[in-house]
Structure formats: C-alpha cells, structure tokens
Design a protein around this ligand. Structure first.
Ligand code: ZN
Ligand code: ZN
Length: 292
C-alpha cells in the first residue's frame, strides 16, 4: 500500500514528466554535465571540462550519507590504518552499489587535517560489495576532514563530508580551528612552479572569483585524471569544501578556475597539475571577506 505522500509524488512526477515531454516539443532539450552544471549543450556529447557524458536535463538530487569506519578503531597515528567507506541512501538506508566513473575513478577521497597542513587526494579500492577501502597513515593526533567525491549510478554527484579524530585527540572540532595567514606567493611543486592571480584580487563571499594559475615550464603539462587541473578549497573551520576543474577544455597561458566562496572565512586551496607523469600539489591561502 502506497502512502498518500508517495502517491502525490507519483502523480506530481507524472505531471512533471508530461510537462517535460510537452516542453521537449517547444524547446530543444538541453544536455547538462552532471558535474559542471553550467556546461550545457544543445546536442549530446561529453563535457569539455571533465569528460563526463552530458545528460538530458537535470536530475532530482538523491541524498546520501557517508559512513566511515576505521581499523584499528583507536585511529592511531604514524602507523597503517584502513579506512572503509560506503554511501547510504538517506531515505531507504540502502548502500549505493554502483558508481559512475568521474575523472576516471569511481571514488575520489580527500583527507585534510584541521591545521590544513596535511592533504591527500587519492582513490580507495572497491571491495566488490559497494564499499571501498583505503590504507594510509595519519601524521599526528587531531581532527581530520574526510571528503568523498563520487557519483552513485542513477543518482547525482555527491561531495560528502565526515570527521575522523586520530591519535587519542580529545579536543573538539571547535577548539581545533586553524587561522592561517593569507599566502598567495608562488609555489614550487615537484617539477612545476605555480603562481596565482585572482579577479577580483580580494574575494568576497557569494560572488564569482576567478583564479588564474600559471604553471611552468608549460612543456610537458598533461591532463591529470582527465582534467587540466584539480582544485580543492576548504574553509579554515572545515565546514565548506569545493572541488573544481578549469573552466576551459584546453589551458591557455593561465589555467582558470571559477569559484564561489560561500562564506567569509580563510580558505586553503590545493591545486594539482600534472607534468611529465608527475602530479604537483601546491597550496595557497585565500582570505574571503565581506565587502565593506
Ligand atoms: Zn580523484
Ligand atoms: Zn578533480
């Protein structure tokens, strides 16, 4: 027996479906990248930014919860731990079992320490039952932010957070907030020098900020996981995170990312560029303040 709410949803769905069907005859279908919602096309194809197949129309979001379990449970530092990850549908509590590939991988994992000094972007291994596992070592006691970036099949792309406390650390998250100073100076990666220019030069919340990176030498610059660059921004209180890719398919002299910083905070921004098979990860620290 279906609940009245479910029936209403069904009728509403049918109605929206019919409206969409009618709409299809009135206006051309828009094909949208599930990752980059601003990438739209009149014809099917692949997103020039991330390579995902474009979808006809925008899907209704499905909410998931990220469940993280760590072995050993005490989460020691300085020795191997295994992180187990799964996504649970918030309404059915069912585990997501199939994943679309995004940037060549079914699951992207980020781990950031509360002092914003430690950063991992890596790819857990599927265990075959819809779960993933990742082995790593955490460097010191404290709070760590875990982010899962993935796309359960038939749903919508997810960027889901969790917290982990390591090494018997007892202070709260609130007591662990870092207040790093602005740092916009050029950075040296493994085999790349990376500098940053911003427009506007002083970003404010809710407004578009363009980040232009110059990565040199340019010779030997390659795509990394299907994109010319990957960017993760994290607010210093670990609340807001943004994973972005360059706005243009091919990089010019500068590699441009567009970001909307949601709130006033200091953001650490890690960018990753690949040159000659080597992934370079460098970080900048960007204060975002209300316009006065
Ligand atoms: Zn990744
Ligand atoms: Zn990325």
């Amino acid at each position: 027996m279906k609940s009245p709410a479910a029936m209403t949803r069904r009728w509403f769905g049918a109605w929206v479906g019919a409206a969409g069907w009618l709409h299809a005859f009135q206006a051309p279908v828009e094909f949208v990248c599930p990752m980059d919602k601003d990438v739209r096309s009149k014809t099917p194809g692949k997103c020039p930014r991330c390579g995902m197949p474009l979808e006809a129309g925008v899907r209704e979001p499905v909410e998931y919860q990220l469940r993280v379990q760590i072995e050993p449970r005490s989460v020691p530092v300085g020795r191997a731990i295994e992180i187990r990850l799964e996504l649970l549908d918030r309404s059915t509590r069912r585990r997501a079992s199939k994943y679309e590939l995004i940037h060549e991988k079914p699951f992207h994992l980020f781990i950031v320490s509360a002092d914003l000094e430690f950063f991992i972007h890596d790819h857990p291994v599927p265990t075959g039952d819809g779960r993933f596992r990742y082995r790593t070592t955490l460097p010191k006691p404290g709070v760590y932010r875990i982010l899962a970036d993935c796309y359960p099949a038939g749903a919508t792309p997810q960027l889901l957070p969790a917290f982990v406390t390591a090494g018997g650390y007892t202070k709260s998250i609130g007591e662990s907030i870092a207040s790093p100073a602005a740092d916009l100076a050029p950075k040296r990666g493994e085999n790349l020098q990376v500098s940053l220019r911003m427009d506007p030069p002083a970003p404010s919340p809710g407004r578009k900020t363009m980040l232009f990176f110059t990565a040199g030498p340019r010779e030997g610059l390659e795509r990394y996981l299907g994109a010319w660059g990957h960017l993760l921004a994290m607010s210093n209180d670990l609340i807001d995170s943004i994973h972005e890719h360059p706005v243009y398919g091919e990089p010019g002299i500068e590699i441009q990312f567009n970001i909307f910083f949601p709130r006033p905070a200091t953001y650490r921004v890690w960018v990753q560029f690949q040159r000659k098979g080597v992934v370079n990860t460098v970080a900048f620290t960007i204060p975002v303040r209300e316009l006065s």
